[in-house]
Design a protein around this ligand. Structure first.
Ligand SMILES: C[S@@+](CC[C@H](N)C(=O)[O-])C[C@H]1O[C@@H](n2cnc3c(N)ncnc32)[C@H](O)[C@@H]1O
Length: 219
């Protein structure tokens, strides 16, 4: 796992080009991030690792708070919402039980120690609160699977959704749904895979997942 200083430095340096780079790939996220966006309507919401504030806007700034490590990413987010703060997701500066939902889009958790990150998410969520985490999978293109194209492996991408689900369960969260997607070149740019697909078959089949979690009510 990269250090906090390394991640901060990466994103401070890449902030200026981040939104433009995202424009080229955003169509697939209309499908992949649909469920994360729907959580934004759910009371008080934390956007963990909000980056440039893609999912923040002035119309929800009373309720939706974004935090990020990178000052440069937050500088851009500030244009979209005033409800942002610099913070490390391993130490959230919020009271326990203060959010109805937490979202983490575009692989934020891959830079974090997952048990610690989910521990903080579980702490700040209210009982019954929801969380949706989007993570990249190590899915290969057909040409890569056939060995016709060499591309560097993304070492932070998931091979198995269980590697994300296990630390979440350890933090006391319950998994209630796993969405697996395969991005494609043509409309609709991402296909939702069959829910019974084994989560371990990342290599050829899926390259994005959204893990849906909730914090159970005390029994
Ligand atoms: C790929 S960007 C995603 C940004 C945003 N969620 C989006 O969907 O556009 C990952 C972001 O996570 C932030 N990040 C990484 N580790 C973090 C941590 N420990 N605490 C807070 N933010 C973190 C980075 O600074 C970066 O802005």
């Amino acid at each position: 796992m990269p250090s906090i200083e390394t991640v901060t430095d990466w994103y401070d340096r890449s902030a200026a080009g981040y939104d433009a780079g995202h424009l080229a790939t955003q169509r697939k996220y209309i499908v992949i991030e649909k469920s994360l966006r729907s959580l934004l309507a759910r009371g008080r919401v934390l956007d963990l690792g909000c980056g440039t504030g893609r999912l923040l806007n002035v119309s929800n700034e009373e309720r939706v708070v974004g935090i990020d490590l990178s000052i440069e990413m937050l500088r851009l987010a500030k244009r979209k919402s005033a409800s942002i703060a610099r913070a490390d997701g391993h130490h959230l500066p919020f009271a326990s039980g203060s959010f109805d939902a937490v979202i983490a889009a575009q692989g934020v958790i891959r830079y974090m120690e997952a048990r610690h990150a989910f521990g903080e998410i579980a702490r700040v969520l209210k009982a019954g609160g929801r969380c949706a985490v989007h993570q990249f999978g190590r899915g290969l293109s057909i040409r890569q699977v056939l060995g016709r194209k060499q591309e560097p492996i993304d070492e932070f991408a998931l091979l198995d959704v269980e590697d994300l689900a296990r630390p979440a369960r350890h933090a006391g969260l319950r998994v209630h749904e796993v969405e697996l997607f395969r991005s494609i070149r043509r409309y609709p740019y991402a296909l939702r895979m069959h829910p019974k697909l084994p989560s371990r078959l990342s290599d050829a089949l899926w390259n994005h997942c959204v893990l849906h979690l909730h914090k159970p009510h005390a029994t």
